[in-house]
Design a protein around this ligand. Structure first.
Ligand code: HEM
Length: 536
């Protein structure tokens, strides 16, 4: 009905929302001015020049200039969907309340709304989704006790076990600072000095490093968390998402190349179209549990995220399932601005002393205050879907205060006797882990860097192992020989055959490589790919 105007507007004759001749579909500026000409700038004559007081043009173009916030420093390329989590009310065969008082798990058949964002890690926002990379699997549960974020990956282990190494790891995988090209020599230069990465590298260079799409992959919390029950007793916990109806599917490098030649958005498209068709993907959430202590009987540390907890000793216990049943209405608002973090836990869920987890927990909200802004938690996608009442105010883009109607608007502090916000008087038995020791900078005992990597190598199917060796050989070819030799030494430590296969592929005598020491190759180390800029 194009005839709608001030008199005829949907609100009737008194509808003040519309100025003259304006109707629902009339284009306006953000100031509410009707736009009468959206095709031409205001200029001196129809050939220009333009004028600076041209407010409508400047408002439009300067908003456009700010359409992007900085992309995530990692996990920039992603997609997401809404859905729900449904409880089984049990952990394996036992009542879940025995181990955690988190309400998100209690009762059977209880649904909690959630948001998922899947991503690749290293490559920028518009990069092909076929690239070899771990995949992010981040879930935000909007629980009755506030938000819980489970920020995981598809693979069950990670490259490093100490958060201080993360910027170096990522720099080695990101493009060369001079050429701006990803360079496998730089990657393996770093990895050859990072033996704890061998387990992850074995996964990553096999077909497990290119999941067929986001629906057909697993998820894992990777780091070790805690569950806390009513008595304040804790268990160590690892989380795993297992695809239900869809199953697991990975790609060889050749298959990925073929897809990439045709479509660089295949994973986003697959998820969007499946949900659009009503084919809702589902994952079952399983946990592994351990008593909360150091477990000296194990040959690895339960807080070491480069290790899996063997399933035969620590079985996967089902606790519920997730269904993704709604695509975002607006990608940017709901997915790009979504902000997940490992610090976002609810009562009954806790951290462990896992050093990676502690580093991550600082990093996420720190980067989000920079990437999205100080008030990122006021955005609908990040805000909890429950009562929020704080004395936080101001900052960029502040547009409401959290204090409820009825509380004294003059009181933005606590404690107060003038009807301000008050602490909750609901008491819980706290979990109070005891910590004592010297402050030191040291790696953990029980590093055991190669055993599980070797087991993984032997567990791969033949075609997976073949693809792994091909991918490693191709990636190591451009590297200096001392890096190739060091990598062959480490592959051999994992499994003799593993080292031999990579050495053969590179045309290197495995025994020579194993006998060589780093220092022998020291003289070869010259920058080959460009010169570092001089300071000053
Ligand atoms: C994203 C830091 C390890 C999974 C990010 C972001 C940062 C970060 C700064 C960008 C967040 C944003 O802009 O919103 C770190 C640090 C780590 C670490 C410092 C190690 C100390 C890990 C590990 C996992 C992981 C081990 C897997 C368990 C993710 C995921 C995202 C992400 C899934 C994307 C979340 C989303 O979709 O918005 N990480 N990370 N990270 N990280 Fe980590």
């Amino acid at each position: 009905n194009l005839g709608k105007n001030k008199e005829q507007g949907p609100g009737g004759a008194e509808d003040e929302r519309f100025s003259q001749d304006e109707h629902e579909d009339t284009l306006t500026t953000r100031q509410g001015h009707p736009v009468r000409n959206n095709q031409n700038m205001r200029t001196v004559g129809n050939r220009g020049p333009a004028t600076l007081e041209n407010y409508d043009f400047i408002e439009k173009i300067s908003h456009f200039d700010r359409e992007r916030v900085p992309e995530r420093v990692v996990h920039a390329r992603g997609t997401g969907a809404h859905g729900y989590f449904e409880t089984y009310g049990k952990v394996g065969d036992e009542p879940v309340e025995k181990y955690t008082r988190a309400k998100v798990f209690s009762g059977e058949g209880k649904q909690t709304p959630l948001l998922v964002r899947f991503s690749t890690v290293t490559h920028p926002a518009g990069s092909p989704e076929t690239l070899r990379d771990p995949r992010g699997f981040a879930v935000k549960f909007y629980t009755e006790d506030g938000n819980w974020d489970l920020v995981g990956n598809n693979l069950k282990v990670f490259f490093i076990r100490d958060a201080i190494k993360f910027p170096d790891l990522i720099h080695s995988f990101k493009p060369d600072p001079v050429t701006n090209i990803q360079d496998t020599e730089r990657i393996f230069d770093f990895i050859s000095q990072t033996p704890e990465a061998m387990h992850m590298i074995t996964f990553l260079f096999s077909p497990w490093g290119i999941p067929a799409n986001y629906r057909h992959m697993q998820g894992s919390g990777v780091n070790t968390y805690r569950w806390v029950n009513e008595k304040g007793e804790a268990q160590l916990i690892k989380y795993h998402w297992e695809p239900l109806k869809q199953g697991i599917k990975n790609l060889t490098q050749e298959e990925a190349n073929a897809i990439q030649a045709e479509n660089f958005n295949h994973a986003t498209q697959d998820l969007y179209e499946a949900i659009d068709r009503g084919e809702y993907p589902e994952w079952e959430l399983c946990v592994q549990m351990m008593d909360d202590h150091e477990h000296p009987e194990l040959d690895f540390d339960p807080l070491d995220d480069t290790k899996i907890w063997p399933e035969d000793q620590f079985p996967f216990l089902k606790v519920g399932k997730m269904v993704l049943n709604k695509n975002p209405d607006h990608y940017y608002n709901e997915i790009e601005q979504a902000s997940f973090g490992t610090g976002v836990l609810v009562d009954g869920l806790d951290f462990s002393d896992d050093k990676m987890l502690q580093g991550r927990t600082f990093s996420y909200s720190d980067t989000q205050r920079y990437r999205v802004g100080a008030n990122y938690l006021q955005l609908p996608v990040n805000a909890p879907r429950k009562h929020v009442a704080t004395n936080q105010e101001g900052g960029q883009m502040s547009h409401y205060v959290d204090r409820p109607e009825g509380s004294n608007p003059h009181v933005n502090y606590e404690p107060s006797t003038l009807n301000g916000l008050e602490e909750s008087n609901h008491k819980v038995t706290p979990h109070q882990p005891y910590a004592e020791g010297k402050l030191i900078k040291e790696t953990i005992d029980r590093e055991n860097n190669f055993k599980q990597a070797g087991e993984r190598y032997r567990l791969l199917k033949d075609w997976e192992r073949e693809d792994l060796i091909n991918n490693l050989v191709n990636s190591l070819k451009p590297a200096h020989s001392h890096i190739q030799h060091k990598m062959i030494q480490m592959f051999s430590e994992c499994d003799e055959d593993y080292g031999k296969q990579v050495a053969n592929g590179l045309g290197i005598d495995v025994d020579l490589a194993k006998a060589s020491m780093n220092e022998e190759f020291g003289e070869e180390i010259t920058p080959t790919k460009g010169k570092l800029p001089k300071k000053g």
